[in-house]
Design a protein. Structure first.
Length: 249
């Protein structure tokens, strides 16, 4: 038996990375950030950076090489720096299955939570809603009107223009007592290869709950968005900052 990287021992939820999917559907909506609001949600070792935020709304098919069932995902990314390196940080991320949640949290510390996410494409219309505990946290409605080449430069859409930057995640693993066994910042640079790109205009409405203050970072707004079909790979990440020996207070 190959050494598993996840629990349970006899039937681990996911294999070692890389994790790859073909034909991922994504709607990408950039937004203007409030640096003070971003600073308020950053964990230790990360600093707010200038730039554009992004909401990515994804629908994943069956992951054949990792045996993860189809799921939907909503990700909020904001610009940040760690040890001087520019990247993005994910303060909020929601998925629809326990497989997607476990793989993200255990491996790289993506702060995934479960939610109900509907991802619909009807002709040129794209609609996505993210609901957690009865509260609609994100609602997107957009319409594409232009097809672009798959290698188009999407200048102005965060994370899709220029050289890719790493995504930083704050990974915290408590021990069985009152100790913290792992506290570190990881960096993962996603590999996205588009096969189709469309652009159009859309509207994003953000809301907050006590446990999910999404609207504190993401403003409700209208503007351009991109709809993609792509092959996505999450490769092995690295630890870029580690805190040793901290005890919870």
């Amino acid at each position: 038996m190959v050494q598993p990287v996840s629990m349970p021992w006899s039937t681990p939820v996911f294999p070692p990375p890389p994790h790859a999917w073909n034909g991922v559907r994504t709607a990408v909506f950039p937004f203007a950030i409030d640096v003070d609001a971003v600073r308020a949600v950053l964990p230790p070792a990360l600093e707010a950076a200038e730039g554009v935020g992004m909401v990515a709304l994804l629908s994943y098919p069956w992951g054949a090489n990792i045996r993860i069932h189809p799921f939907n995902e909503a990700v909020v990314l904001v610009p940040a720096r760690c040890n001087g390196q520019l990247g993005t940080y994910v303060p909020f991320i929601y998925v629809t299955t326990d497989e997607a949640l476990i793989a993200g949290r255990e491996a790289a510390g993506w702060p995934k939570k479960l939610a109900e996410i509907t991802w619909e494409r009807d002709g040129d219309r794209v609609r996505v809603a993210v609901v957690r505990w009865g509260r609609t946290l994100l609602a997107f409605d957009g319409e594409v009107n232009v097809d672009l080449p798959a290698d188009a430069d999407l200048a102005g859409l965060a994370g899709l223009a220029g050289e890719p930057v790493p995504t930083f995640n704050y990974k915290l693993v408590p021990g069985p007592g009152d100790e913290i066994e792992v506290e570190e910042v990881t960096a993962t640079t996603l590999e996205i290869v588009p096969s189709a790109i469309e652009v159009g205009m859309g509207t994003l409405v953000a809301a907050s709950s006590e446990d999910d203050p999404v609207a504190s970072v993401v403003p409700s707004a209208g503007g351009p968005f991109a709809a993609l079909v792509s092959d996505n790979t999450i490769p092995c990440g690295t630890v870029v900052h580690r805190v040793d020996g901290r005890v919870r207070r």
